[in-house]
Ligand binder design. Sequence first.
Ligand SMILES: *Cc1c(COP(=O)(O)O)cnc(C)c1O
Length: 419
Amino acid sequence: MIFENNLHFAQQLDKQDILASFRSEFLIPEKNGEQLIYFCGNSLGLQPRTAVVEITKQLAIWQNHAVEGWFDGDQNWLNYHDEIKELLAPIVGAKPTEVTCMNSLTVNLHLLLTSFYQPKGKKIKILMEGGAFPSDQYAIESHVKTRGYEYQDAVIEIFPRDGEYTLRTEDILSKIHQHKDEIALVLLGGINYYTGQFFDLQAITKAGHEIGAMVGFDLAHAAGNVPVNLHDFDVDFACWCSYKYMNSGPGGIAGIFVHEKHFKNDFNRLAGWWGYQLDKRFKMEKGFIPESGAEGWQVSTSPILLMATHKAALKVMNDAGFENLRAKSIQLTAYLEFIINEINQEKGEEIFKIITPKNPAERGAQLSIICKENGKQTFDALVEKNIIGDWREPNVIRISPIPLYNTFEEIYKLGQALR
Ligand SMILES: *Cc1c(COP(=O)(O)O)cnc(C)c1O
């Protein structure tokens, strides 16, 4: 599509948008009576109107049934996650038995590392992205230390080439093969939080398996944003949070994926009663027997109120249809890219340098933009104009147009403000 940099054109795109009505399903924050232009859904997605409805429903069950809420009726709390699994599975390309929601992201990463990081002999290393999200770095650091290794002996970090901002798939694959006798686990983000680069999960998984390593992904910035096929890609495990692209609320319940081929394996795990075989869970017997599937990694009693917002938000996403969301997302991000490039062209220099890959297949709903000068002032000036992006030191503004609630007009207005 040939884009135009004017209000009428942006409004026309909004008129043609088959998902336009979904914006009204969300509560858009306001300042001084004016709606914010919110481009920060990659950090905290907006609140769906149905969240309070679903929470209220669960509060009423608590009020009226108390402990019987766990067992009473078809919609009892013991089964409450079943529908969530059905909603989650297509979003990450999994079978419902391969996913569950539990805990929070970093906690789940720890639980999965306990099972899937299996250093043996010379194969003790974890391959990860240099500059990964700090929580992932700390989780990995603490795992190699608790297994008795020094960080520098057990972690291989891969960085972009000099002068480049993103990783080349060929470099990731060759790094895997180069260290084929040392790597026990390949663990990357699905999308790098800083650059917005979407990795080739399938190729990376294949390369990892060729050298006999486990392969897992932190999908914090990928789940609900870009299409992934965890089952078909043969990924061993994955985890994600639900408060970014899944709009499930601050600190919302997180998700995990474990490939079906591992269901029979006898993994090390940090067990708790909620992962026990469901039909015998309340017999309270000695000796842990895991429930089959991802649910075997559950530890604690389901946090129903967190799951309520998650369920409400996933239903909205499901109503919109993930393919529709992705199609609109590609177009929104392309329009944002066009608007930024227009400014650069006008100024005759690249004052806003986009470091996110140009190829739509290698990115989701985020552009990371390096400001050549006055980055923080630029960001603050946007906030003054009620435009919310997100600032990353030392000079990056991340702008994330979300297909469920952002509009082309908002992107046009961002361009006017930046100009
Ligand atoms: C957002 C994010 C996290 C946050 O983890 P929490 O445990 O939810 O605080 C971790 N890792 C990545 C890659 C993230 O993008």
